[in-house]
Design a protein around this ligand. Structure first.
Ligand code: HEM
Length: 151
């Protein structure tokens, strides 16, 4: 592994952790607080903005670094014809699902906070953010399985 490969791999791992962590924390802490009415609309709006920024930056960086890792570490045969290849392709599908679910959940929150509402947008966003959390956990399981296939 060259220094560039190692740096790309490290960026991929850091943003994988940051993105999944941010999504899980939002479902675990932010949405329940909003549902209880413990957050003002301005605070919920600001937190949602941070989630969006982390999610958008991570999705772009993971696509770029993941694309690099796939192109340098795999051939089309190994992507389509090996267990590890299938897990990498699954990662791409889950990446798309995670980015989409966070965007939908965040839009529902922001639409509500623009009308100074908190509980109703939190209730509407909750299923999408819970689904996003499940997908984030599946991505980490997928990554663990790729690693497991090396041993
Ligand atoms: C288009 C999106 C993505 C592509 C193309 C991609 C591709 C890859 C590739 C090729 C590897 C190296 C596999 C190997 O070592 O043989 C990898 C590793 C990894 N990816 Fe992704 N990835 C993407 C998105 C994600 C996302 C969204 C996450 C988590 C949120 C993630 C988490 C990881 C982790 C933790 C590893 C390191 C563990 C390992 O090597 O098994 N990836 N990815």
């Amino acid at each position: 592994m060259t220094l560039v490969d190692a740096a790309i791999y490290a960026i991929h791992l850091v943003f994988a952790g940051l993105w999944s962590g941010a999504v899980l924390f939002t479902s675990y802490a932010v949405v329940p607080m909003a549902l209880n009415g413990d957050l003002r609309a301005g605070a919920l709006d600001a937190l949602t903005g941070k989630l969006r920024t982390v999610s958008r930056a991570s999705s772009v960086l993971l696509l770029l670094t993941g694309g690099y890792l796939a192109v340098t570490g795999y051939t089309s045969e190994s992507l389509l014809g090996s267990g590890r290849g299938h897990l990498v392709l699954t990662m791409v599908v889950l990446w798309f699902a995670l980015a989409s679910l966070v965007e939908i959940g965040a839009s529902k929150l922001v639409d509500g906070t623009a009308k100074q509402k908190v509980r109703q947008p939190a209730a509407e966003a909750r299923p999408f953010l819970l689904a996003a959390s499940l997908v984030a956990a599946l991505l980490l399981v997928d990554a663990g399985a790729i690693l497991g296939l090396y041993y």
